[in-house]
Design a protein around this ligand. Sequence first.
Ligand SMILES: [Zn+2]
Ligand SMILES: [Zn+2]
Length: 299
Amino acid sequence: MECYYPPSMDRVIKEVEFHLEKNKNLAQIFEVYKGILAVQLDILDKIKTSVNLSEEELKEYFRNKKYLMADQKIEIDSELFRKILQSVCKAIKEASPEAPVSLLRLSEAEVFNEENIQEFLRQIALYNKQELESFIEEKEIDKKTGLDSEIIAFVIFMSLSPFYSVNMKEVRGKVDFSSWRQSYCPVCGQTAVIAKHRNEDGARVLECWLCHAEWVYPRMECPYCNNNDQKKLRFFYVTGDKARQVHVCEQCKRYLKTIDSKIMEKDALLDIEAIATSYLDELAKKEGYKPPIEMVVLN
Ligand SMILES: [Zn+2]
Ligand SMILES: [Zn+2]
């Protein structure tokens, strides 16, 4: 399967402009997004991969429904991590001047210093958004830095993302993810929160928001509870925009935003679509559906 990560900045700028024409209110969040993406793209070739499993060993993981990081550690260079973290904070502050100035000092927090950082990264390696936020509160990192746990967690995830995606690409170079059929990522284990129907054949593709792995999941089944009773699966969209859909499951009451690339006649960039379609989240929640797991997006 062709992979769309990392996207070229040119393409990102075009897609962002397209969305801004329809909704000017997204200007700031897209500035933040572009600033962070520039940091991530810039750092990718400085990251070394650390997954040394053979093709056969990787296949064994996926056959057993085990995601890679469940017991494989991804090496993260302390200094490089701090550097990315600092650049991400700077990018956020530049794109949204009203962000607290203490953001610029986050990378100096005790938890990220040389003695603590590896242990911290080890502890949070498998956390989702809620778990990381709770952990930050428990350790009082929010109090000590004067920042909300939500923004700290967001910055940490955005700083981890390049490390995970470099390793994801290394893994995908050995095995594709065609045997993987879960709602969570084969590499880092995060739950997918958005999908697309790909342009070439209409297959449903889930994408990991953290490491950007992509894998196919059957369209006629709910990824979160495996319900495949067609009477309990449906989708809706806002009139005039059939390409941007909300697929819901009446059994587990969860929803999955899905971008139909066939209708758009080009493959969607899901990070951008996830931001641009926040109105669909509102709509779905109003209808009584729950997100797969809360999305990591600044708003
Ligand atoms: Zn992942
Ligand atoms: Zn379900």
